[in-house]
Design a protein around this ligand. Structure first.
Ligand code: NAD
Ligand code: TYD
Length: 338
């Protein structure tokens, strides 16, 4: 019996990972700790609520009392909890630094006190900074260029310091941009595809030629699972999708799937400090037997279909959520003058 503590499990990748665990294993107990910030939704895991080996706790990873209580009974900690949006991190970084840095510290400290078999810190390709040529390997220098990626890089260093200093069995995964069901409609793919469905403009930053490497979320989940089970402690593993594509090209593909006109694309003022390209070399994880299974075109279509079939899920955010509307007002103001 393995007891997992999954923080941020009510968010996009976290909820897909928890679903993956219940599909892959019988002999597990999973506790989700989530603060239910703007991007967390307990209902993302509704189908698990009747299981007696699943528990949801609403709480903050930066709260030592709740973290201490939950760590007493955890074998494997997977820390997804984070403020995860670059544009929000540019508008203000109070909660971002509190969660991504201090929250990670509180978790590490409790894990050190109680002992765990594995502390998996979820990180990102963005910590390497903009990669004009070639692909990042795990030993590259970190050159984060926005507040979000800077806090994620800081958390990586902190986590590794708990391995070297205290012997905590830390592992780190750094994945590329994820896509799939349950992604909050502020990130490129769900934002653009839901805007297109509403016949609203798709605000593309700068020249639209920035490159991202897209990873289907369930491939990230199997990658994380592989690292937990086969990865070495104190090590970092890249998880890339192998699908590098410019923003304008992925936008065209979304429009094509939806049969919507390219005239919906609107070029707007660029994001400050906008990283030109991310690219991961995932050979280290592949040497453990993992590889991404998803076909990009088919998985993008599957993702679009999920948003078509689950309009209530994103309507509840885009039409009814006051916080989302306030964020969008700020967002559009910042993007004027492109
Ligand atoms: P998300 O914003 O959808 O989910 C974040 C979750 O964390 C939410 O459920 C939120 O309520 C919760 N949370 C936030 N602050 C918390 C706190 N203080 N205590 C407890 N819970 C808290 O984000 P996501 O896209 O699912 O990202 C998950 C992780 O993966 C993050 O660590 C992110 O940096 C990393 N990551 C994401 C991507 C991507 O493409 N989305 C790529 C690489 C790495
Ligand atoms: P995003 O989904 O925010 O992920 P990240 O910044 O973590 O890579 O953005 C993906 C790419 O899409 C990035 O190059 C910024 C760009 N982008 C736009 O052009 N317009 C938008 O409205 C958003 C949200 C992103």
């Amino acid at each position: 019996m393995k007891k997992y503590l999954v923080t941020g499990g009510a968010g996009f990748i976290g909820c897909n990972f928890v679903k993956h665990l219940f599909e892959a294993y019988d002999n597990i107990e999973v506790t989700v700790l989530d603060k239910l910030t703007y991007s967390g939704n307990k209902d993302n895991l509704k189908e698990l609520e009747s299981k007696n080996n699943y528990k949801f706790v609403e709480g903050d990873i930066a709260d030592p009392a709740v973290v201490d209580r939950l760590l007493k009974d955890a074998d494997i900690v997977v820390n997804f909890a984070a403020e995860s949006h670059v544009d929000r991190s540019i508008m203000g970084a109070d909660e971002l630094t509190q969660t991504n840095l201090h929250g990670t510290y509180v978790l590490l400290n409790a894990a050190k006190k109680h002992g765990v078999d594995c502390f998996l810190q979820i990180s990102t390709d963005e910590v390497y900074g903009s990669v004009e040529t070639g692909s990042s390997v795990e030993t590259d220098f970190l050159m984060p260029r926005n507040p979000y990626s800077a806090t994620k890089a800081g958390a990586d260093h902190l986590a590794l310091s708990y391995f070297t200093t205290h012997g905590l069995p830390v592992k780190i995964t750094r994945s590329s941009n994820n896509y799939g069901p349950y992604q909050y409609p502020e990130k490129l793919i769900p934002f653009f595809l839901t805007n297109a469905l509403e016949d609203k403009p798709l605000p593309l930053y700068g020249d639209g030629l920035n490159v991202r490497d897209w990873l289907y979320v369930r491939d990230n989940c199997t990658g994380i699972d592989t690292v937990i089970n086969k990865g070495k402690i104190g090590e970092i593993y890249n998880i890339g999708g192998g699908n590098e594509i410019t923003n304008v090209e992925i936008t065209r593909r979304i429009l094509e799937i939806l049969d919507k006109p390219e005239s919906l694309i609107t070029y707007v003022k660029d994001r400050p400090g906008h990283d030109k390209r991310y690219s991961l070399n995932s050979a280290k994880l592949e040497s453990l037997g993992w590889k991404p299974e998803a076909d990009f075109a088919a998985s993008l279509e599957k993702t679009v279909k999920w948003y078509l079939d689950n309009r209530d899920w994103w309507d509840a955010i885009k039409q009814k959520n006051k916080e989302y509307k306030e964020f969008m007002e700020k967002y559009y103001k910042e993007r004027q003058g492109g």
